[in-house]
Design a protein around this ligand. Structure first.
Ligand code: ZN
Length: 460
């Protein structure tokens, strides 16, 4: 039995029905206006873990994640940088995928882009107008909250007590301050699209509800994102589905915040740590381990000190794996590990099982019990593979300047310019890679034990 905390019911519920073979999952993706921060990485790592877990249990998982590639923030950045919103979106989306690759996040099965789905959103808005759940005023189309049968299901607040989101500017023509824009009319000099209600742009809440229903159907298994999406984003997606009688997501899951010095990491607060920099300094596997070993719903404090500590833990695992030949997997121990993941993704328990194997296996090797130690290596390896943390899952992304240096060093060696070759080797190693010369040419691997890890910016 696989369970997960459901924000809608407020309890840990059964996620998979008996005999269920497929699992459909919609995760709210990035607004590609800036580099991803550590909070984004945690959300993606959590759903990547869930996806791998369900797939390893035999389910066919279908993950859809949207990319918001047109939005006020993208447009204002484009204006500030005197370029187009498409150029901004394209640039930051490329960084997003490269970063997620380095974190070992598997790509979604589908990544609908907002700009490709505008026609579908226009049709969806028309449906909302047709059933009388939306109205047109001077600056756009609004959803009429009074027509939503149960507004506040996710937020767990009474209708009257809900406050509109901070970012909502109240138009006095709105029937209720809670009503939200599903189509925003804009000046024709701004980026936008033609619609029956005037040139403009669809609202973000309409983007996700339209694309999730279109790609996963009127009822799908799980809708997820970070906790900050519960209100207003997910509540407002659900409101639109409700007024059309769409069953929508069977379950809702939300990932806790990443904090620094006890404060939620967020763009609006300005205490974000760049995920790409963290991966460059600590390695994708260490950052991934830092995310996964914490319980996904709890706040996670991430600082350079925590990441250093995590890197030491990862070294402890990897050093153990290097101690001997892999033997037979202890299936009972592996089953206990998997069961803890089945229990609302209880990774703290799963990792305590894993580290216990490492500890006991090290004792086995110290005592020359090579068979027992080798079996524990196999078991730990099976656990790591289950969650995408095996050493082979470490995508070694080599920066362009490093691969240029490798090529230049090979040429210097052919030219017998050994001084230059040595200088280039030092340059490569200073960037955290180990160079080894093999008969197949130069091999690079990440230098785990001597990576540049000390200089991460933080407030302390
Ligand atoms: Zn969304």
């Amino acid at each position: 039995m696989t369970t997960l905390y459901d924000t809608m019911t407020g309890s840990v519920t059964q996620l998979i029905n008996p005999g269920q073979e497929a699992f459909s999952l919609y995760v709210c993706g990035p607004t590609v206006q800036d580099r991803p921060h550590l909070g984004h990485g945690r959300i993606m790592a959590t759903y990547d873990l869930l996806r791998r877990h369900l797939r390893n249990k035999g389910l066919a998982v279908n993950l859809v994640m949207n990319v918001t590639d047109v939005d006020d923030k993208i447009i204002s950045r484009a204006q500030a940088e005197a370029t187009t919103y498409q150029a901004i979106a394209h640039h930051y989306e490329a960084i997003w995928w490269e970063t997620m690759d380095r974190l070992g996040i598997e790509r979604p099965d589908a990544t609908p882009h907002a700009t490709e789905w505008v026609q579908g959103m226009i049709e969806f808005i028309q449906e909302l107008l047709d059933v009388g759940a939306a109205y047109v005023i001077d600056d756009g189309v609004y959803l009429r909250i009074a027509s939503v049968p149960h507004y506040g299901l996710l937020t767990k607040q009474d209708f009257d007590q809900l406050q509109p989101g901070n970012r909502v500017e109240v138009n006095p023509l709105k029937e209720s301050p809670l009503d939200f824009a599903i189509w925003k009319r804009t000046d024709s000099t701004e980026p936008g699209f033609d619609a029956p209600w005037g040139f403009g742009r669809p609202g973000w809440h309409t983007e996700c509800v339209t694309m999730s229903i279109a790609l996963l159907g009127r009822s799908f298994d799980l809708h997820g994102g970070g906790m900050d999406l519960i209100f207003p984003h997910h509540e407002n997606e659900l409101a639109q589905a409700q007024v059309l009688g769409v069953p929508f997501a069977r379950h809702w899951a939300h990932v806790g915040f990443v904090e620094m010095n006890g404060e939620k990491m967020s763009k609006s607060i300005g205490n974000t740590l760049d995920l790409t920099d963290a991966i460059t300094q600590f390695g994708g596997r260490a950052v991934r381990l830092a995310y996964l070993r914490a319980y996904y719903r709890s706040p996670l404090e991430l600082s350079p000190a925590v990441l250093n500590d995590t890197l030491a833990s990862l070294d402890r695992i990897d050093n153990f794996l290097d101690r001997g030949e892999s033997g037979d997997v202890n299936t009972d121990t592996l089953a206990t590990f998997i069961e803890s993941l089945d229990n609302d993704l209880d990774t703290p328990t799963a990792f305590s099982i894993l580290f216990e194997q490492v500890r006991e296996g090290n004792i086995d090797f110290d005592r020359q019990h090579l068979k027992e130690g080798g079996d524990k290596i196999a078991t730990v390896h099976a656990m790591l593979s289950w969650i995408g943390l095996a050493p082979s899952d470490d995508a070694l992304v080599i920066p362009g300047e490093i691969s240029d240096a490798v090529k230049a060093r090979e040429q210097a060696k052919r030219d017998r310019d050994y001084t230059k070759a040595d200088q280039l080797r030092m340059l490569i190693e200073a960037s955290g890679f180990v160079v080894s010369d093999t008969k197949d040419g130069t091999q690079l691997r990440r230098d785990r034990r001597n990576s540049p890890r000390a200089s991460m910016n933080s407030d302390d």
